[in-house]
Write a new protein. Structure first.
Length: 360
């Protein structure tokens, strides 16, 4: 039986390692050169974009007659700069930056980029089309929202909301049914950019329908988004969630939002929740009460001091300090309360208050 000579095996290993190192070196050099080109491109174009954003169109650093103006790589870099600046602009500055994109003849290219196989390029195009509020991209963005992977779908929904928040709402609700893993914080941030009283009724009706269908996960997301609106018209829908209390999560959201909106109509129902079996709900109820409590709530809060959950007791102490007109001697009595948890909560509250009042 023939065997390979050891020297041959050694030579093969050396050649393979050498080739591997050459490939790594080549990739490193290529990455360094790309980084240098990107830095030079940014140095040329970032000041130009900044000038356009303040209504002073600068001379574009382009070769006359060259088309397309950017290479594939440069187009991505430019959109990155443009999206970054455009996202923070409002009013006339937005229009100026939109004009720059039109001047560079990139607006039509963006729609074709929605079909790109490169995720980064596709996301850049989606974001830019939303900022431009380009209605020609509507159908393509709806397809991405409904059928793309979660990150692309999320960005597509955000772009649709910027183009037409009312028309995009049914798409958002449908996508929420398909993507249960979306970050609630990101959803809130997305909707805050398009807050409008016209969205309250469709969101509220969708929330009630989700409750009727027993889709509590969707109802929870919609209740959170409804709370972002901060309009009085949201109150009837949130009160209905509080009345039905289909889950602890929905109960928590409704109590929290109604408290933040200082809905006096809900105060009696919220007061009753200080006796709820779940300590987190009891805490949330006291926090909600504290934003609108008066002398009538003092006996309720004093009674809560006997709760077996320390944080509930602390929230009650905190709420008592916020009641207008409460006598200082009444609060002082809590330092000698027969229950040690009340005395501890008072000291903890005082230490926290002193810390917050300390000069930085």
């Amino acid at each position: 039986m023939n065997t390979l000579h050891p020297l041959f095996l050694l030579s093969a290993v050396v050649v393979f390692n050498g080739a591997f190192l050459l490939v790594l070196l080549s990739l490193r050099i290529r990455a360094q050169r790309s980084a240098e080109r990107r830095k030079a491109f940014s140095a040329r174009w970032r000041p130009v974009v900044m000038q356009w954003s303040i209504g002073h169109p600068a001379v574009l650093p382009i070769t006359p007659g060259k088309f397309p103006i950017f290479t594939h790589e440069e187009r991505f870099w430019f959109l990155e700069i443009w999206n970054e600046m455009r996202q923070s602009m409002r009013g006339e500055s937005s229009a100026y930056l939109n004009g720059l994109l039109v001047e560079l003849k990139l607006q039509d290219e963006l729609i074709s980029l929605l079909e790109s196989r490169q995720p980064g390029e596709k996301l850049m195009a989606i974001q830019a089309l939303g900022q431009l509020q380009d209605e020609k991209a509507w159908d393509a963005l709806v397809r991405l929202a409904l059928h793309a992977e979660p990150l692309v779908a999320f960005q597509a929904v955000g772009a649709l909301l910027l183009i037409s928040s009312e028309s995009a709402l049914p798409v958002l609700i449908e996508v929420l049914k398909r993507h249960r893993d979306w970050s609630r914080a990101r959803l809130i941030g997305m909707l805050r950019r398009v807050v409008s009283p016209r969205l309250v009724s469709p969101l509220g009706e969708a929330l009630l329908q989700a409750l009727s269908d027993g889709d509590l996960a969707l109802a929870k997301d919609l209740a959170v988004l409804l709370g972002v609106m901060r309009y009085p018209a949201t109150l009837p829908f949130l009160r209905e969630v509080l009345r039905q209390a289909p889950s602890l999560a929905l109960l928590d959201i409704s109590v929290k939002t109604l408290g933040e909106l200082r809905d006096a109509t809900s105060l009696p129902a919220i007061q009753d929740l200080v006796m709820h079996k779940d300590p987190l709900i009891r805490q949330q109820a006291i926090l909600a009460m504290s934003s609108m409590a008066g002398p009538a709530q003092i006996p309720i809060l004093l009674n809560v001091l006997g709760d077996d959950d320390w944080w509930v007791v602390f929230r009650a102490v905190e709420a008592l300090h916020k009641i207008p007109g409460i006598r200082p001697e009444k609060l002082g009595e809590l330092y000698t309360h027969p229950l040690s948890q009340v005395r501890d909560a008072m000291h903890y509250y005082q230490e926290s208050a002193n810390l917050n009042e300390s000069p930085v």
